[in-house]
Design a protein around this ligand. Structure first.
Ligand SMILES: Cc1cc2nc3c(=O)[nH]c(=O)nc-3n(C[C@H](O)[C@H](O)[C@H](O)COP(=O)(O)OP(=O)(O)OC[C@H]3O[C@@H](n4cnc5c(N)ncnc54)[C@H](O)[C@@H]3O)c2cc1C
Length: 429
């Protein structure tokens, strides 16, 4: 590649970078996406895609509800099926978890979101393959479901191309050119690209890309695991069975090809240092062994809700690496120290479903300098110069702590219409 110029360089061809690139190009911006390996082959290629729209605040719920509308447009334009609307359930077996459901339903109703309590008999009839005799409450959102990551990637790329996005694969960014406090471009294994705006959307590697610009991004890389059972005649799983979130056992589930996906946000964090992985590391080749402690914990937790699942059940295990932040929310926008450098990272296990609106919001920020979305909670500069968030070791510790409590912590109080009703939370995914 000879020396090249663009209006915006996007580093990373996962859903965050691809959505941002597509939205920028739709507004007439000349964009180049630089991907170290293959498009969609980082965290994006490993995701289960669960979409639960109701979050802990009306603002973050709106982002996900709008995201579904964007996806419907993408489906039409790219002629692919991305969204599978199965509905979703949350189930509770303890009074604390039941209170979370009460709060969530109240919050949903206050913003006219379609959610209600569901009797345990109805839960059992919707999910005959799930143990329900210990449940004390449940709620149901009929408009939830999951996004198919590969199809989402293909739509972003297809539509991006029609608007002129240029994609470079097998093209790792090796250094970021900063002059007089301004972003100027990047050096890749294949030449230099100059642009006044650079977006760091490098997923789990984004803290390393930030270091290339001598800045600090408070993210850490965390391993994640889910199992997928093969179709089982005794426990058939309809393709439109609702997804389930069972925070007591720290698991989520959805139907997949006649079997069941069960994933876990466990207490034990699988820690990764991206700088220690080989330069040609391919996330799609990651494998997990059945005797891995994380897999054993996953199978045990799955068995608590689905007693027919055990180590001998025919299944595959998927593992990959996701990006966590100290407060469980992404880091999107600018830091004050380098003009033209933007961050779009730290999606904490929800990047697939957040990407449609995040891309729009990033394009708003880059093109117009502002957005109609309330992004206070996810602004990239919220840890800028904050003591305790400047060294890798302390950042890692805080991100891992957030991960360990992600599903485990009891979220008993919810923000309603921005007015705090007890402690605010945004982790209802
Ligand atoms: C097992 C698993 C299950 C998940 N399940 C869900 C789910 O159910 N729902 C959900 O919403 N999310 C889920 N996620 C999370 C989701 O996959 C991520 O949040 C999302 O894919 C993040 O997208 P991204 O673009 O930020 O990162 P990535 O997809 O990792 O993309 C970043 C890209 O940057 C590239 N890159 C890195 N460094 C450089 C460089 N120097 N130069 C050029 N390119 C570079 C990488 O190769 C990579 O392709 C899951 C993740 C995992 C691992």
């Amino acid at each position: 590649m000879a020396t090249q110029t663009a209006d915006v360089i996007v580093i990373g061809g996962g859903v965050a970078g691809l959505s941002t690139a597509m939205q920028l190009a739709k507004r007439g911006t000349r964009v180049i996406v630089l991907e170290r390996e293959r498009l969609g082959n980082g965290s994006t290629g490993r995701a289960a895609g669960l979409l639960g729209q109701l979050r802990g605040t009306p603002e973050s719920t709106r982002m996900l509800v709008d995201g579904v509308e964007i996806v419907k447009e993408l489906e039409q334009r790219a002629d692919v099926d991305i969204f599978v609307q199965t509905g979703s359930l949350r189930v509770a077996e303890t009074p604390e978890r039941a209170q979370e459901i009460v709060d969530l339903v109240a919050m949903g109703k206050s913003i006219d979101f379609d959610i209600d309590h569901l009797s345990i008999e109805e839960v059992a009839s919707k999910l005959p393959y799930m143990k329900t005799d210990d449940l004390i409450d449940a709620c149901y959102c009929p408009t939830d479901g999951h996004l198919q990551p590969a199809e989402l990637v293909s739509a972003y790329v297809k539509i991006g191309k029609t608007h002129g996005v240029e994609f470079r694969q097998n093209c790792p960014v090796e250094s970021v050119i900063i002059e007089a406090g301004k972003a100027k471009g990047v050096q890749t294994s294949d030449g230099t690209v100059y642009a006044p705006t650079i977006v760091n959307a490098a997923g789990p590697w984004s803290y390393l890309v930030a270091e290339l610009a001598e800045t600090i991004l408070p993210t850490a890389a965390v391993g994640h695991y889910y199992l997928t059972t093969r179709p089982n005649e005794s426990h058939p799983v309809d393709r439109l069975s609702p997804a389930v979130r069972n925070r007591h056992h720290r698991i989520y589930t959805r139907a997949e090809s006649g079997g069941l996906i069960v994933g876990i946000y466990g207490e034990e964090t699988a820690e990764y240092d991206m700088e220690k992985l080989p330069a040609d590391f391919d996330m799609s080749a990651m494998k997990a062994r059945l005797d891995d402690i994380h897999v054993a914990t996953l199978i045990y937790a799955a068995q608590q809700r689905f007693p027919w699942i055990n180590e001998r059940t025919p299944m595959s295990i998927t593992t990959g690496i996701m990006t966590f932040t100290p407060d469980g929310k992404p880091l999107c926008g600018k830091l004050p120290d380098i003009e033209g450098l933007y961050y779009c990272s730290g999606f904490c296990g929800h990047g697939i479903v957040q990407s449609p609106t995040i891309g729009l919001m990033m394009a708003d920020l880059i093109v117009d300098g502002q957005t109609n979305y309330d992004i206070k909670a996810i602004e990239a500069d919220r840890y800028f110069d904050v003591p305790g968030f400047q060294e890798r070791a302390e950042i890692k510790g805080k991100c891992y702590q957030m991960h360990a409590g992600y599903y485990g912590r009891v979220e008993s109080k919810v923000t309603v219409h921005g007015a705090e009703k007890g402690k605010a939370t945004d982790k209802h995914g």
